[in-house]
Design a protein around this ligand. Structure first.
Ligand SMILES: Nc1ncnc2c1ncn2[C@@H]1O[C@H](COP(=O)(O)OP(=O)(O)OP(=O)(O)O)[C@@H](O)[C@H]1O
Ligand SMILES: [Mg+2]
Length: 364
């Protein structure tokens, strides 16, 4: 059994009546487990309860009900400083009147550690976050990425079992953000600290995490590896929120030659695979743009819909083609620039095809 580092057991947070909506829970019955050394990301749209969840783990917020365990110990009624966690906030929260060295040393100085040990540890941290030689700088003499690294150094110098990070890269420009994602991930692997990382950026979550907890409206929609979340979204929300996808609505008509016949939005019949589905079930299925192919005629093993060409958008190495169904619904097809389907050959109708195993049935 892997060691559980953070565990939430039916955690609920209801804030006191702010609006008239008295029963609204910011976090609504969340249970999850983070393993030792794991990089877990809590991902979801603004207001879904990510920060509140993190604050309950850190102890800045008390759970309305449910329990929080850290390192297999029930810490639900313990104060933040009694928990083996450290937090990195979005706005760095460096002490503006202290230089880099003193900012990083702050936690150790409070603990009355010897000057020699402080110097050793701070220089070790400066090396880890690659800020050697900058110890005399003041926070306002640092770039956003450098401040972020000081904040991280300050949070890890005490060797916390768990590091909580709330959108730590939110304020950085795209390039620096990508760079810091890689650095943070390396740092985490190198130090073996368990990370609980909050973001609303799905790409960031997919690239950095061992597992992702997708939240919406105070609840967990799906908890799984990046691969599972991307390839097998469990709910419509996840399919829509993570990456780009094409969602089809339909109703099961019956079986044809061992395949399921589904009538989709615009009245067309699609043959697909479907386990455990029966006639009259209303379903929704998702197919990723990169799993779709445009053809003049479908192959016998393909699932397909007829569509009309609308437009083509060049985005470098891939090219997106937008086609429409009879009811106007747009379908997006993404192809590598090399094997581009020649739409100019197609007068009017063309076929959007996919391998039946690439359709993910979401709700039955
Ligand atoms: N102190 C508070 N008092 C009342 N309501 C609060 C408080 N803090 C948060 N909320 C509400 O709880 C819900 C969840 O907020 P939370 O800050 O956890 O969201 P979030 O997922 O971190 O969003 P964002 O991505 O915008 O940071 C929101 O509806 C918010 O308005
Ligand atoms: Mg937040």
């Amino acid at each position: 059994m892997t060691h559980s580092m953070v565990k939430l057991n039916h955690v609920v947070k209801v804030f006191d009546d702010v609006d008239h909506d008295q029963n609204h829970a910011a976090v609504n019955d969340i249970s999850l487990e983070v393993r030792e050394g794991e990089f877990l990301t809590i991902l979801g749209p603004s207001g879904c309860g990510k920060t509140t969840t993190l604050r309950m783990i850190a102890g800045f917020e008390k759970c309305t009900s449910g329990k929080v365990y850290i390192d297999e110990e029930d810490v639900s009624s313990k104060a933040p400083y009694e928990r083996k966690v450290n937090t990195v906030f979005q706005n760095y929260a460096l002490f503006p009147h202290m230089n880099v060295f003193d900012n990083i040393a702050f936690g150790l100085a409070l603990k009355k550690v010897s000057t020699k040990e402080i110097e050793e540890k701070v220089s070790q941290m400066l090396k880890v976050v690659q800020l050697e030689g900058m110890e005399k700088r003041m926070p306002d003499q640092l770039s956003g990425g450098q401040k972020q690294r000081v904040a991280i150094a300050r949070a890890i110098i005490n060797n916390p079992k768990v590091l909580l990070l709330d959108e730590p890269l939110g304020a950085l420009d795209q390039k620096l953000r990508k760079q810091m994602q890689v650095e943070l991930k390396h740092l985490q692997q190198q130090l073996g600290i368990t990370f609980v990382f909050v973001t609303h950026d799905q790409e960031e979550a997919l690239t950095m995490s061992n597992r992702i907890c997708v939240m919406n409206n105070g609840k967990i929609e799906q908890f799984g590896t990046p691969d599972e979340i991307y390839e097998r979204p469990a709910t419509r929300f996840v399919a829509d929120f993570i990456g780009e996808t094409n969602l089809f609505e339909g109703q099961v008509k019956g079986q044809v030659d061992g395949k399921l016949s589904v009538s989709v939005n615009d009245g067309q019949e699609v043959l697909m695979k479907g386990i455990g589905l029966k006639a009259d079930d209303n379903i929704c299925f998702a197919v990723r743009p990169e799993r779709l192919k445009l053809k003049t005629a479908p192959d016998s093993s393909d699932s397909f819909v007829r569509a009309k060409y609308k437009e083509r958008i060049y985005i470098g190495s891939t090219i997106r083609t937008v086609v429409t169904l009879k009811n106007g619904k747009e379908i997006c097809v993404s192809e590598p620039a090399g094997d581009l389907f020649n739409v100019s050959k197609v007068e009017g109708e063309l076929f959007v095809t996919w391998d039946p195993t690439n359709a993910v049935v979401i709700s039955a």
